[in-house]
Design a binder for this molecule. Structure first.
Ligand code: NIG
Ligand code: FE
Length: 422
């Protein structure tokens, strides 16, 4: 049965962006991430779309009769988060490596000893599909309760044909079972699988000859990713993988410049990457290459925070006119948290984005980095009602400022209310 829900008296609605804008670049991230003061929104169910919205003085109050009416008094409505880079399908956890890091080992040293990604791959080989699925469903419920409505999920802990396919099939099941919108990325080139130890080029050749066609044949991924960085995959190998991937219609979203000035940005942009991600180590060259492209610059402050790496230069990137997205990188090794509330706050505290810019990076630009601009990341009539109703807050800036105070009162995905976990 048709039902209408009104939220009335909102102090502000944020993320009001003209329909034709798919992403915001540079100064637009502040200027064009619009808001309406003293506002209402109308949700129509069961479709779960925004039926109307505007200032309170434009609301015909007779329409509230027979509708569900929620108070927005002192509260804000902001777009749900669009988390465009995660590895949230994984087996077990890696707190042993966390303790190694506390004792002084670096991420690269742990990886070189056979820990890191290979440790997760070993665990995944011993885990059933159902266990993987259930673990990921739990994480999806957790991030939904923290405000995320759309998420990209990568493979990359299988590292052999059978297990990469297994991971991607789990992601396909998640798409069907979870209220979140999900995009799948094939990341066979995350590390060299153990069976190919010392034979990296053979692994890359096998990935191109066997893995890519199998992933394409089953339609298991939208994107392809390569960890193009020191100690992982070279620019030449990345180029070969992306070249082969383009023949199957996979657009790249790649890991670049986390550990070194790797050439990853340039090779990604040359292949028309939807996004290049990490970017802790970029200079003027990379900024110039990105400025001349339509590639989203995705930064992952949770990984910098957790690993003690430098933060990617988001302030410089925005000042240079780039389209910057922020994402969680949720994974068991370098960012064991998918909490986009924290990512928003780190964007402000550590990367010196203002609260509006950082929110634009977590919403509209994250959506663009998943080609989901029509369904998440902004609030507009006709679009899905995927947004967060805040508790009473004095201002938008208060939220990333009081960065551990609970501020989510209700969370909706396509008009459906999500359960809030404590
Ligand atoms: O994005 N940098 C490469 N991959 C992940 C880490 C994965 C892991 O350690 O399990 C990342 O940080
Ligand atoms: Fe990652």
């Amino acid at each position: 049965m048709e039902e209408r829900i009104f939220i009335v008296g909102l102090s502000q609605i944020w993320g009001v962006i003209p329909q034709e804008r798919r992403s915001l670049a540079g100064a637009e991230m502040d200027k064009d991430f619009g808001h309406i003061d003293n506002a209402y929104v109308e949700i129509s169910m069961p479709g779960g779309t925004v039926a109307s919205m505007g200032t309170m003085d434009t609301l015909d109050r007779s329409r509230l009769e027979g509708a569900t009416v929620l108070s927005g008094h002192g509260r804000m409505l902001i777009p749900a988060f669009a988390d465009s880079h995660t590895h949230l399908v994984y087996a077990g956890s890696r707190e042993g490596e966390f303790e190694d890091k506390i004792r002084g080992l670096s991420y690269e040293e742990i990886a070189a000893r056979g820990g890191g990604i290979l440790n997760s791959a070993d665990r995944l080989h011993r885990t059933t599909d159902n266990e993987l699925f259930m673990g990921a469903m739990g994480r999806l419920a957790e991030i939904a309760s923290k405000g995320t409505a759309a998420v990209e999920i990568k493979s990359g802990y299988g590292l052999n044909l059978a297990d990469e396919l297994r991971m991607l099939r789990v992601i396909a099941r998640l798409k069907e079972s979870s209220p979140l919108e999900i995009k799948a990325t094939f990341l066979g080139a995350h590390a060299v699988g153990r069976e190919y130890a010392g034979r990296q080029q053979e692994y890359v050749d096998m990935l191109i000859a066997d893995m890519l066609p199998a992933v394409a044949a089953e339609g298991l991924a939208e994107y392809v990713d390569v960890f193009c960085d020191r100690g992982f995959f070279t620019v030449e190998q990345t180029d070969a993988i992306l070249e082969a991937a383009s023949r199957y219609g996979f657009r790249p979203k790649i890991h670049a410049n986390e550990l070194d000035i790797s050439g990853g940005v340039q090779v990604g942009v040359a292949h028309g990457a939807l996004s290049v991600d990490h970017l802790e180590r970029i200079g003027q060259d990379e900024i110039d290459v990105l400025r001349r492209s339509s590639t989203v610059a995705t930064m992952l402050p949770g990984a910098s925070f957790f690993l003690g790496l430098p933060f990617a230069p988001a302030r410089i990137a925005v000042n240079s006119g780039l389209t910057v997205a922020l994402a969680s990188d949720y994974n068991p090794g370098s960012s064991p948290s998918g909490d986009m509330r924290m990512v928003w706050a780190l964007g402000c505290i550590k990367m010196k984005l203002n609260p509006v810019e950082a929110l634009a990076a977590c919403t509209v630009n994250g959506a663009a980095a998943m080609e989901l601009s029509d369904t998440v990341g902004s609030i507009a009539p006709g679009r899905p009602a995927s947004f967060i109703l805040t508790r009473p807050v004095p201002s938008l800036a208060f939220i990333p400022y009081a960065y551990t105070s609970p501020w989510i009162e209700r969370m909706f995905i396509r008009g459906r209310e999500m359960e809030l976990h404590p």
